[in-house]
Design a protein around this ligand. Structure first.
Ligand SMILES: [Zn+2]
Length: 424
């Protein structure tokens, strides 16, 4: 390892109070989502932080009051050396009225080797570590050969995909590091897509007509959308069971690929036959599947189920998939991310973890979903690698270990340095 880098790693130890202060500062910005629309000040802080260190800043509203910030630090030999995106989300999980925190969730507490506060592990810890690494590299006057892009995004907790907006805006790199909660494991992820299945009658019938539509010889070709939805739900359960038997992925418990009938809405009034029923489902799939594939499988299966029913055959269910916000349009997509352990960046990251912390890194899969999938979707190789444990994320007295935060900062600093000094 180069001597200037070794000096910087020592500096992380010596200046860990500054690192903790930076994390505490980020926690003090109240950025829970929902309700969202509250990240302006925090994002301006990031924009200033990066701007003062030579990054060209792009800040734009994804929603009013929720801007993305992207900082680009051009490498001195961009054409020849590898480029990197460091990505993290500024929004944190919501805090409900009934949660009994030691102190206010947005007043950080530092004690017994941990920092407590909403976002400590998910994921202001990851943001603080990466920002502190950038600060130390800048102070040491190290000019990176490859391009470094820092993305501080919004909306991750409510499916608003600030990261997707960065990809759409054209930001790309040879590799993306998502600094979300992973307990210092190098992770890919399965995906999630939500969808609405709708059963709808072409006519609305009065309650009194039911006898004619269900009795022998009644001769009224009609049905309750609620009763027909029960067949669809049975079909979804059959498919879920079939998937659990036939599909698997290393690192996941069998049957992690679930179809959850989460919300059902139907019928209009007791005086009518239900003419519409809508089912909101949440589908989990594996890293080697795409949401397009699983959507196709579900639609094909359910349309076969419908064909076997005399009324559904003529009134097939319809589907609406995904959405760009759980707040605005009640839908979301988290694409999957598959890690290639042979990819040069993954090997480099593994090497940085091992040389810095003197332990073998764990390469695996996240039990949850992050924005990492959007890079997979955009064809940008990526991995999730961040401090904090998932059991603390979203929990009361959310916390992160200071030792782990320090370790993390060292590895990220080393990785930014090493990857940027790797030839294309
Ligand atoms: Zn997160």
């Amino acid at each position: 390892m180069k001597s200037d880098l070794l000096e910087l790693l020592k500096m992380v130890n010596q200046r860990q109070d500054e690192l903790v202060d930076l994390l505490s500062h980020l926690i003090r910005y109240k950025t829970p989502a929902p309700p969202a629309r509250n990240t302006e000040d925090a994002q301006q802080f990031i924009a200033n932080f990066l701007g003062e260190r030579g990054f060209a800043i792009d800040k734009w509203d994804v929603y009013p009051g929720d801007p993305n910030v992207v900082g680009v630090l051009k490498g001195k030999r961009s054409q020849e050396y590898q480029s990197l995106i460091v990505n993290g989300h500024m929004d944190v999980a919501e805090v409900s009225e009934t949660e009994e925190w030691e102190v206010d969730p947005f007043t950080p507490v530092v004690r017994d080797g941990v920092v407590i506060g909403r976002g400590a592990s998910d994921m202001k810890g990851g943001l603080a570590g990466a920002l502190f690494a950038i600060k130390l590299l800048h102070e040491a006057g190290i000019e990176l050969p490859g391009d470094l892009t820092f993305q501080s995004v919004i909306g991750e907790e409510v499916g608003e995909a600030g990261t997707l907006e960065c990809c759409k805006r054209g930001y790309t790199a040879d590799f993306a590091l998502v600094v979300d909660t992973s307990n210092l494991q190098i992770q890919g992820q399965g995906g999630v897509i939500t969808g609405w299945v709708t059963v709808k009658s072409k006519q609305t019938h009065h309650d009194a007509t039911r006898k004619s539509m269900i009795h022998a010889g009644g001769k009224l070709y009609g049905a309750s959308a609620i009763e027909k939805m029960m067949k669809i739900m049975q079909g979804l359960q059959d498919l879920e069971r079939h998937w659990s038997v036939m599909k698997s992925y290393p690192g996941y418990d069998p049957g992690t690929n679930t179809i959850n009938p989460a919300v059902i809405e139907g019928g209009r009034h007791a005086a009518f036959i239900a003419d519409e029923c809508r089912l909101w489902i949440t589908v989990h799939f594996y890293p080697n599947e795409t949401h397009e594939q699983v959507v196709k499988e579900i639609e094909e299966h359910i349309l076969h189920v419908a064909k076997a029913d005399p009324w559904l055959r003529e009134n097939p269910p319809t589907f609406e998939w995904g959405g760009s916000s759980m707040i605005v349009d009640r839908g979301e997509i988290f694409p999957s991310l598959e890690i290639d352990p042979e990819h040069q960046a993954i090997k480099t990251l593994m090497g940085c973890h091992e040389s810095t912390l003197k332990e073998q890194p764990v390469v695996g899969v996240s039990p949850t979903v992050t924005d990492g999938g959007w890079f997979g979707d955009a064809g940008i190789p990526a991995a999730i690698y961040g401090p904090g444990e998932l059991k603390h994320a979203h929990s009361i007295n959310e916390q992160v270990s200071i030792q782990q935060l320090v370790d993390y900062t060292k590895v990220v600093l080393t990785f930014i340095y090493e990857w940027s000094h790797t030839k294309k």
